[in-house]
Design a protein around this ligand. Structure first.
Ligand SMILES: [Zn+2]
Length: 66
């Protein structure tokens, strides 16, 4: 590998790290993970989880239950 290629690869890795560690990307990933977790928990058809979160589901604005 030539020095120019190594520098190019290193620059690409630095740009990628800078982008992925930026605050907007971290906020987006956090919100997506939170929404996915809530969606999974709220609408689980597994009876113990469904029953345990029934009151929470009713008290959360915008989440339908039955
Ligand atoms: Zn209900």
């Amino acid at each position: 590998m030539t020095t120019a290629t190594q520098n190019s690869t290193q620059a690409l890795l630095q740009r990628t790290a800078k982008l992925t560690l930026s605050v907007p990307v971290q906020c987006t990933l956090f919100l997506l993970l939170t929404a996915t977790t809530l969606w999974t928990v709220y609408f689980s058809s597994y009876a113990p989880a469904h029953n345990a979160l029934h009151e929470t589901r009713h008290s959360t604005l915008g989440v339908g239950c039955h």
